[in-house]
Design a protein around this ligand. Structure first.
Ligand code: PEP
Ligand code: MG
Length: 544
């Protein structure tokens, strides 16, 4: 049994088999063979090694013929490794002496060599070559039996270095129980997506992909940020009991609080909403008692697409959301593309500091076609339900006014052409850049509500990359500077008589509930929605 501490980013306990992504990209279904099958298995392994080496030599020839370059040498070196006597012996002995399947022998041997390479300053740069070889061998051994993230046959815990948006797009959500990754900070996209899916997740584990093999038994404790590898019987039992207990407590809390109002003991209402990435997330949000949607991250419409969504694509998503919500409100945030979110097909200039560059509202204002298409769809949806629009990453009054002008022009166009829309649709600004918090009083005069985005506000005020595990210890929601900025936004909103919500991950952490209510925040928008009953319980126990 082994234990690793990472960053807790999505609560809950999951117990299951490792699906090791990236190093192998596939799952190994069987680990052991009967001793009488060892020789045949060793032969199968030998054949796969020969075939892979031959393939690599052919590839080297092709590359050389095509480009005459030295790149071919890389494949020759890979082939050489597969033909190396001692390497082959190590692999085969795992089959003939330990009775591993050929696939499991490959995974274990590569894991051993990865560790050796990583500890050597010169060889560390070649770890990717080992990953490549491993993938090649496993693909050849598994052939048709290959199982990938999109076609899982049973429940697994996904272990990866990091999850790219496109990998996440292929996740078979019915079969993934949790995530554990080497990289990622407290509000990286892996963290956000895991909580939107309501799955436990631990990120920033450093070396988890080297510490486990596909098929290992794993416990992911997303509340404590712990990952336990191959737990012993007693630990397993303890965690099974804790998991069942917390599920039961969750059910009891939900039953007890779902239909009660979210009010402090002295009668101050605090709105409780959920964050979503797609209308698919709405039913779960409502099930846990959300009053509506406090943040719809529409950039997820870009996931898995080669071209930007059309007005009709946007509209379909918004109409579906409104259909599910009835009269309940939904805040649709305009596209927040760039930085750690989604790359576009039409690449923006290469930037040294993407978090300070062409992301979010700035990107949309310099690509008005994108913004217009989206705002037209939002406006059309406003005729059908309780829709509000919100602009992200506002850093100055001028920016907010420019965005509002684009909206006003579309409204005029709709009126001229007799298209239906809600002329009183509320327009909000996210307060997630320190300048916006400091100038909140001037922004407040020009919008109908604020929503504090602490994920970005923390990173920009403390100069801590939200997605970087190496500085995660400096990412502190309770830092006095962050609290003062939240208070500035909240005070400005109160003075202008507009509501102020908070939709960063901080809203979902029970430790901060009393603090945020005390700072005058009117509503919290959370993910995953499972935390709603607990937060409601806390609010009902407070006096404002
Ligand atoms: C935030 O920054 O707090 C926020 C809610 O937006 P996102 O996490 O999508 O950047
Ligand atoms: Mg943000």
């Amino acid at each position: 049994m082994d234990m690793r501490q990472g960053l807790p980013v999505s609560p809950g306990i999951a117990i299951g088999e490792v699906f090791l992504l990236e190093a192998e990209g596939v799952r190994i279904p069987e680990h052991f063979i009967a001793p009488e099958h060892a020789l045949a298995e060793a032969e199968r392994l030998g054949k796969a090694l020969d075939e892979a080496a031959q393939e690599l030599r052919k590839l080297a020839e092709q590359v050389r013929a095509k480009s005459g370059s030295k790149i071919g040498e890389i494949f020759v070196a890979h082939a050489g490794m597969l033909e190396d006597e001692s390497f082959r012996k190590e692999l085969v002995e795992r089959v003939t002496q330990k009775y591993y399947t050929a696939e499991f022998a490959v995974a274990r041997t590569m894991r051993h060599w990865r560790k050796v390479f990583q500890e050597d300053a010169f060889l560390a740069a070649r770890v990717a070559d080992l990953d490549d070889l491993e993938r090649r061998l496993l693909r050849s051994l598994l052939g048709q039996k290959r199982e990938e993230l999109s076609t899982l046959q049973r429940e697994v815990i996904v272990v990866a270095h990091d999850l790219s948006p496109s990998q996440i797009a292929t996740v078979d959500t019915g079969h993934v129980k949790a995530f554990a990754t080497d990289a990622g900070g407290p509000t990286s996209h892996t963290a956000i997506i895991a909580s939107a899916m309501g799955l436990p997740a631990v990120v920033g584990l450093g070396t988890i992909t080297n510490d486990v093999s596909g098929g290992d038994l794993l416990i992911v404790d997303g509340s404590q940020g712990l990952v336990i590898i191959e737990p012993d019987a007693e630990t397993l039992e303890r965690y099974q009991a804790r998991r069942n207990e917390s599920m039961e407590t969750g059910r009891v809390l939900l039953r007890k609080f779902k239909d009660l109002p979210t009010e402090t003991r002295d009668g101050r209402h605090v709105g409780l909403f959920a964050n979503i990435e797609s209308p698919k997330d709405i039913s779960r949000a409502l099930e846990y008692g959300a009053e509506g949607i406090g943040l719809y991250r529409t950039e997820f419409l870009f996931l898995g697409r080669k071209t930007p969504p059309t007005e009709r694509d946007h509209l379909e998503a918004y109409v579906e959301a409104v259909r599910q919500l009835g009269d309940r409100p939904i805040i649709i945030r305009t596209l927040d593309l760039g930085a750690d979110k989604f790359a576009l097909d039409t690449p923006v200039v290469k930037e040294g500091n993407p978090f300070l560059g062409m992301r979010s509202l700035r990107y949309c204002l310099s690509h008005p076609d994108l913004l217009v298409v989206q705002l037209r769809a939002i406006l059309k949806a406003s005729a059908l339900g309780n829709v509000k629009v919100m602009f992200p990453l506002v850093s100055s009054l001028e920016e907010l006014q420019r965005a509002k002008r684009v909206l006003a022009e579309i409204q005029e166009d709709f009126s001229r052409n007799g298209l239906q829309y809600d002329p009183d649709m509320e327009v909000g600004a996210m307060i997630e850049v320190p300048s916006a918090a400091v100038c909140a009083d001037s922004l407040a005069r020009h919008c109908d509500f604020f929503s504090v985005g602490t994920n970005d506000l923390i990173q920009y005020s403390l100069a801590v990359d939200r997605a970087n595990e190496h500085v995660a210890h400096l990412y502190r929601p309770e830092h006095p500077a962050v609290l003062r900025l939240i208070k500035m936004a909240s005070d400005a909103a109160r003075r202008a008589s507009i509501p102020v919500g908070l939709c960063g991950e901080m809203a979902s952490v029970l430790t901060y509930t009393a603090l945020l209510v005390g700072l005058g925040i009117n509503s919290l928008s959370v993910a995953p929605p499972q935390v709603l009953p607990e937060i409601k319980k806390a609010i009902r126990s407070l006096k404002f």
